[in-house]
Design a protein around this ligand. Structure first.
Ligand SMILES: Cc1ncc(COP(=O)(O)O)c(C=O)c1O
Length: 474
């Protein structure tokens, strides 16, 4: 099914697009970035020129020139009677922008595989004859793995039976499955902003309407806004990342947890806690058990080995009360028929030494974070870099709202990044950039050098109204 985007939604997604002269090229670049990020899917019909011009407060000829430029670069086609439609770019990877040889890809925060993984896979391969003598997949998950996951929760103080665990194909499929069971068209769902964008994609797919609650690197969760949003919108669910929130790296304080739990309970909302990044502690040594004493039924947890062990394993899970697990199991076959047993066998074995795995991960993330913080302080001292004690990324505040223009420019220097607005619910965050520190220190330093060169060019080309806002760059 082809889709269309309204002028209002496109204007919101474009955010602070006026990054350079001529204005029509800045607008065309904004649309190109949305295509590269897959925020504008192929075959999306763009608004008519007149409507977009009104929404952006520019002349119709500016939009016409931008569309012409997009046609020339093969990003859109204008079809008589159907308006302008985005195209599937031949060079565009269907999943995300392709990292060509020698490019540094920081679009996803994917750490390399845990070094012991290849050995565990070889060990499990030795039992391949018995593994392949079975069906090889099932909708609930292997009992040995569900026991190991339940045991970890119980040791965290969250008493869990294997029947309260469902193994999924990574955390992403868990989010989608939960969304499709708990939420229907028009249901409100509370989410943090900024947030993990593919979760919002999954929530929107089922027709839910996200309501954003701000999280900042300085002040954490905006509790007033959260309490108001729970009380006024009565969201069916809230999707939250209490430990090492992606992308800010913030962890909820006990007071924040308590306030959100109580507000959620009063509103009758299910709290869906995505703990994919919860084990990624760098400095504190141990992670606080999030919402440990909460009521059964109001809290659903999502976990994954994607960041601790390897994203390629595609093993995640849901922890919820038995009744919800049964509803998820009933709904799952429409989406997938289970997680491969070979991967589950590897995951079961890895969980035996999981404390050691997590400790090694922390060393790797520390070296990346420290190298990145140092390089940024050296090359881009005007950027505000938060102190981040865990997770996968730094949520950096730039000294001008030019994140999208920067991301476009730095591509030509071989660095792929996602701009701040990608993590926003309805546009905004143009002053922010997410930099994952999951790559090697050497790559992160090279990426920072490229960013410094691009920032000079982008700020020099920007209208003074943007760079003067902070009086920092002129
Ligand atoms: C917060 C969060 N949730 C879920 C996912 C998806 O995890 P998985 O690879 O297990 O599907 C990610 C991956 O980036 C993530 O950052």
């Amino acid at each position: 099914m082809d889709s269309r985007i309204s002028a209002r939604a496109l204007a919101a997604a474009l955010g602070g697009w006026r990054s350079r002269e001529p204005v029509y090229e800045a607008l065309a670049d904004g649309v190109r970035l949305l295509c590269l990020d897959n925020r504008l899917a192929p075959r999306t019909t763009l608004p008519a020129e007149r409507e977009l011009a009104a929404a952006l407060a520019v002349s119709r000829s500016t939009v016409a020139a931008a569309y012409r430029s997009l046609r020339e670069t093969g990003h859109i086609a204008s079809l008589r009677g159907s308006g302008s439609v985005t195209l599937a770019l031949v060079r565009r990877d269907p999943g995300r922008a392709t990292a060509a040889e020698g490019m540094i890809d920081l679009q996803q925060a994917s750490p390399p595989a845990w070094p012991g993984l290849a050995g565990v896979i070889a060990e499990v391969a030795a039992s391949a004859p018995s593994l392949v003598s079975r069906v090889g997949y099932d909708v609930l998950g292997r009992i040995e793995l569900r026991e190991a996951i339940a045991d970890r929760y119980t040791r965290r103080g969250i008493l869990t039976q294997p029947g309260e665990v469902l193994v999924t194909t990574g955390a992403q499929s868990a989010i989608h499955l939960i969304a499709s069971v708990l939420l229907g068209r028009g249901d409100r769902v509370l989410v943090e902003t900024p947030t993990y964008p593919h979760a919002v994609d999954a929530l929107r797919r089922v027709g839910a309407r996200p309501i954003g609650v701000p999280v900042t690197t300085d002040s954490g969760w905006d509790l007033d806004r959260a309490e108001q949003a729970f009380a006024r919108a009565l969201p069916v669910a809230a999707y939250l990342m209490p430990d090492f929130h992606n992308p800010t790296g913030r962890t909820m304080s006990d007071a924040e947890r308590e306030a959100i739990l109580r507000a959620g309970e009063r509103a009758g909302s299910v709290l869906v806690l995505d703990e994919t990044t919860a084990d990624l502690d760098i400095d504190r040594g141990a992670v606080a058990p999030g919402f440990a004493g909460s009521e059964p039924g109001t809290v659903v947890r999502i976990g994954s080995l994607g960041k601790t062990v390897w994203g390629g394993l595609r093993v995640g899970w849901v922890r919820a009360e038995g009744d919800l697990i049964r509803r998820l199991v009933a709904a799952r076959p429409a989406q997938d028929l289970g997680t491969p047993e070979i991967e589950q066998a590897v995951a079961t074995r890895v969980l035996e030494d999981f404390d050691e795995v997590v400790a090694q991960r922390s060393v790797l993330l520390r070296s990346g974070r420290d190298a990145l913080v140092e390089a940024l302080a050296d090359r881009l001292p005007r950027w505000r870099v938060p102190s981040t004690h865990g997770g996968v990324s730094l949520w950096i505040e730039l000294d001008a709202a030019l994140s999208s223009a920067l991301v476009m420019d730095v591509r030509s220097h071989g660095v792929l990044l996602s701009a701040g607005p990608r993590f926003s619910i309805e546009g905004g965050h143009d002053r922010h950039l997410r930099m994952p520190f999951t790559a090697s220190p050497d790559e992160l330093v090279r990426a920072t050098h490229a960013l410094a060169r691009s920032w000079e060019a982008v700020t020099a080309a920007a209208p003074t109204s943007i760079v003067d806002q902070v009086g920092a760059v002129v």
